[in-house]
Design a protein around this ligand. Structure first.
Ligand SMILES: Cc1cc2nc3c(=O)[nH]c(=O)nc-3n(C[C@H](O)[C@H](O)[C@H](O)COP(=O)(O)OP(=O)(O)OC[C@H]3O[C@@H](n4cnc5c(N)ncnc54)[C@H](O)[C@@H]3O)c2cc1C
Length: 496
């Protein structure tokens, strides 16, 4: 198929992934990035000074999953080397398996389960540097897309997007394109842009994640030896509070605390000294934030209004517009706590590149791309919507003083939803440290290497989880942190 001119709206992780994938295949790519933010000298300066207002989550903890790392390994191995040169570290599953089990029986596929410890800002800086250095992409920053250009030769058919209208340092202009890719993130204007050229309304589904996010970054002191960090990210769910510890590059790590927006007193974690009080109250984070081991290098960043959101650009088997697709958060985004956004963005970017190569007809291209997203990304979105609804229910039950894990109903019957929660807490979680087969299946799934249903449908795995659940009486359940009342008492004890 012939080379095309692709205009990409947004030059962040998704837009850069698309440009890398398409430019390597010989297509002409123009990236339009609204933020007028020249690239800092190096990744350290980027962390200190780069203002990425258009992508505020760059200031938050990020896990970069094996699915993303493998796409980089397979399509841009030199980029992986550049990330490592800037201090990113690979986090192999095999290391974790050897930490936990004596002489674990490993299989070749285990070598694919490798996440990356790297700050989001480092990742984006190295990626942008890489794309610019390739000389294959026309990257224009400070240029905002204001609307789509289109034509409609057949009024009975969807409009055809022919380019974009932009506003930038040189004023307003139109840029022609064979294909426009919206990579403008969760706040994409595609819901306005498409109807304004006569396309059908964009169907959007959105549900609350049930949390807001806070992140703070710390640097390990010189010579300090950190405790082992199980797989690069450790999560502790206290019900009323989710706690995450994320390995980053260059001896930097971050702590994220997340709580329900409805839990008013817990909002103390959004600022100092409440954030630090909570960090000190949880053994995992207290150990890492110990001043003998590390020092904080940022304040506390907060981010609210987190949703699982999906937008449909194909209805009844017909694209809303020809010559227009979306990737990354603009199309689908999910709860950040599961760390999937950058991986989804790249899964979409490389799927799109294949479709661009395979189809000259824009309609066929859009349908093939839509089918790949439906197959590879949508099942994760659906799962997250269900899991977040349950997490919200757990938090509410706890706030009402109920036990969300009490399996038996007053009439003696079992509550299936609570039973599943109990199996996860008292079966799956302990099995991750007791059974290599369960750990492997779980690690593959959370790294997006196997489809979401595989973990619980795998005939090798579920019986093992249930066996671990049957043995729950033999172990003492670990206490990951204080009760909500104890935490609130700590806040009360703070001055101010
Ligand atoms: C709090 C938080 C934590 C997260 N944690 C993780 C994690 O652990 N792991 C993970 O993989 N993902 C995580 N994510 C998701 C991840 O950050 C995103 O999926 C990733 O940044 C890809 O986003 P994107 O490129 O689609 O959009 P963005 O990064 O939002 O970028 C959109 C870009 O488009 C530009 N833009 C917007 N409008 C226009 C316009 N009209 N014209 C030109 N340019 C425009 C913006 O300036 C911006 O640069 C997290 C998200 C949040 C909110």
């Amino acid at each position: 198929m012939g080379a095309k001119h692709i205009v990409v709206i947004g030059g962040s992780v998704a837009g850069l992934g698309v440009s890398l994938a398409l430019s390597k295949r010989g297509h002409r790519v123009t990236v339009l990035e609204a933020d007028a933010t020249p690239l800092p000298e190096d990744h350290r300066e980027a962390f200190d000074t780069w203002r990425r207002r258009g992508s505020p989550q760059t200031r938050h903890s990020h896990a970069l999953l094996a699915r993303l790392r493998n796409l980089i390994r397979d399509h841009a191995p030199e980029l992986l080397d550049e990330l490592k040169t800037c201090g990113a570290e690979e986090l192999p599953f095999t290391t974790r398996a050897r930490q936990l089990f004596e002489d674990p029986v490993l299989v070749p596929e285990d070598d694919d389960v490798v996440a990356l410890a790297c700050r989001r800002i480092t990742f984006e800086w190295v990626l942008r540097r890489h794309v610019l250095d390739s000389g294959l992409v026309d990257f224009r920053d400070g240029v905002r897309v204001t609307r789509l250009e289109s034509e409609r030769p057949d009024p009975a058919a969807p409009p055809r997007v022919t380019g974009v209208r932009v506003a930038g340092p040189a004023g307003e202009a139109s840029i022609d394109a064979d294909l426009v890719v919206d990579a403008s993130g969760r706040r994409s204007k595609l819901g306005e842009w498409l109807p304004s050229i006569g396309a059908r309304d964009v169907r959007e589904e959105s549900s609350e994640c049930g949390i807001y996010y806070t992140s703070r970054f710390y640097r390990l002191r010189p010579d300090a030896e950190p405790p082992p960090l199980e797989g690069g990210v450790v999560g502790r769910d206290l019900g009323y509070l989710k706690v995450g510890l994320f390995a980053g590059d260059s001896r930097v790590f971050s702590i994220t605390l997340a709580a329900a927006p409805t839990d008013e007193p817990m909002r103390r974690i959004l600022r100092l000294p409440g954030f630090e009080a909570a960090v000190e109250a949880v053994p995992l984070t207290a150990e890492w934030a110990d001043p003998a081991l590390s020092e904080p290098i940022t304040g506390v960043h907060g981010m609210a209004n987190l949703t699982n959101t999906r937008r449909w650009l194909v209805e009844d088997g017909v694209p809303l517009a020809d010559g227009f697709v979306a990737v990354g958060d603009a199309l689908i985004h999910t709860n950040p706590i599961v760390g999937r956004g950058c991986s989804f963005a790249w899964v979409g970017a490389f799927a799109l590149a294949e479709c661009v190569d395979a189809f000259d007809d824009p309609r066929e291209l859009a349908l093939a791309y839509d089918a790949s997203i439906e197959r590879d990304v949508v099942p994760w979105y659906d799962l997250q919507v269900t899991q977040d609804a349950d997490a919200v229910a757990v938090a509410e039950e706890q706030l009402r003083g109920e036990d969300p894990f009490r399996v038996e109903n007053p009439d003696g019957s079992n509550d299936p939803r609570r039973f599943m929660r109990a199996v996860v807490r008292d079966g799956l979680l302990p099995a991750l440290e007791e059974d290599l087969v369960v750990l492997r299946a779980f690690s593959r799934t959370i790294n997006l290497l196997d489809p979401p249903g595989d973990l619980l449908q795998n005939p090798d795995v579920m019986p093992r989880i249930l066996q671990a659940y049957q043995r729950r009486g033999e172990r003492v359940r670990p206490r990951f942190g204080p009760s909500r009342d104890e935490m609130l008492a700590r806040f009360e004890a703070l001055a101010g």
